[in-house]
Design a binder for this molecule. Structure first.
Ligand SMILES: *Cc1c(COP(=O)(O)O)cnc(C)c1O
Length: 349
């Protein structure tokens, strides 16, 4: 018997993976470093206790969508929810990309955009940006060559940290007909949102998440805003009942506690700024950031810096393969950042 074979090329690709290690400072995946407030936990437990789990959940998570629309000044018909923004993006790819269709990404950026485009069997075009990785009209022209179906903009961008000008998103949307997917996973930390473009630009979709500023990476909740026609298309590709009742409950409780959750944003931002201020003094180049992380470059091989930091209990992300010399550190608690800075100083000595 011969073994079954997957689609061509599949085994040449590694599964998405970032180490999940039990260390003193886990600063490699941009999560919120603080646990959820006690009041949130209690409300969530109470909400879960009442759930009728013998029934399928509300199919389109209407209540969560209504609340999200209200909080963000959007129409409910233009609001969509899924299991993390990654699932929103996957659904966008299933609906707008696919075989024979073209997706553009600006590198360096979040690897999942190209990955999910590829999973949907789309053609992916990469446009390389030069430091400081800012999009301009020239890049809009390159992106719109060959009539793409989807163009991704990540703002603030992961892993570089810079936000992109909203005018450039508008230019992409106006000059071309592609769906412009703006990934705003870090927008609560800085940068100007493209949300204001949604009303007048039916080809702009703004994707957000509860994973970063809302401190709910474990709950897997993401959402997006766009034209009602686009949301209708997502409904055509989504799995029935894709957002569990547990997830919907977590989303609603999170929205009730939004002010508490977002209060943490300031603390995280000030740790990010502390990293930005301290690194040059260690002889390390640090790149300005509008997000909850900092990209930095040392003169040493990144594998060594990464391992030496890990040996001191600090886990960061190695981007040396994408950008020579570069690593990324998440803004953690003051204690975690103290540890990171002292460990880095030792490592570089
Ligand atoms: C972390 C991150 C996400 C979050 O994905 P979820 O599926 O919502 O957890 C999305 N986009 C970017 C650019 C990110 O860095």
């Amino acid at each position: 018997m011969s073994p079954a074979l997957p689609r061509p090329g599949l085994r040449e690709v590694e599964p998405y993976a970032a180490p999940q290690l039990d260390v003193r400072a886990r600063l490699n995946t941009n999560e919120c470093p603080y646990p959820l407030p006690e009041a949130f936990r209690e409300d969530l437990a109470a909400a879960v206790r009442l759930l009728p789990l013998n029934r399928y959940p509300e199919r389109d998570a209407d209540e969560v969508r209504e609340r999200l629309a209200e909080v963000n000044g959007q129409r409910v018909e233009g609001t969509w929810v899924a299991n993390g923004s990654n699932e929103v993006i996957q659904q966008l790819m299933l609906a707008y990309a696919g075989p024979g269709r073209r997706v553009v990404v600006f590198d360096p950026t979040y690897g999942l955009h190209a990955r999910l485009a590829w999973v949907a069997s789309s053609d992916v075009a990469h446009i390389a940006l030069e430091q400081p990785w800012r999009l301009g009209s020239e890049q809009v022209t390159s992106a719109l060559e060959d009539d793409p179906d989807v163009v991704f903009v990540c703002s603030p961008n992961n892993p570089t940290g810079n936000a992109q000008p909203v005018e450039i998103v508008a230019e992409l949307a106006t000059r071309g007909e592609a769906l412009v997917v703006v990934d705003e996973a870090y927008i609560e930390f800085g940068g100007q949102s493209a949300l204001g473009l949604v009303a007048d630009h039916p080809n702009v979709i703004v994707v957000r998440t509860f994973s970063k500023a809302f401190a709910l990476a474990g709950a897997r909740i993401g959402y997006c805003f766009g034209a009602p026609e686009v949301i209708e298309d997502l409904r055509r590709v989504r799995l029935p009942y894709h957002v569990s009742a547990l997830t919907q409950a977590a989303g609603l409780v999170a929205l009730d506690h939004m002010t508490d959750a977002l209060a943490i944003v300031d603390a995280v931002r000030s740790e990010r700024d502390r990293v930005l201020e301290a690194l040059p003094g260690l002889g390390v180049e640090a790149f300005a950031s509008d997000a909850n992380f900092v990209l930095f470059r040392t003169p040493h091989p990144t594998e060594r810096v990464w391992q030496d930091l890990l040996d001191r209990g600090v886990l960061v992300r190695d981007f040396g393969r994408v950008m020579p010399g570069c690593l990324r550190v998440t803004a953690g608690t003051p204690e975690e950042i103290d540890l990171f800075l002292s460990a880095l100083e030792e490592v570089l000595r």
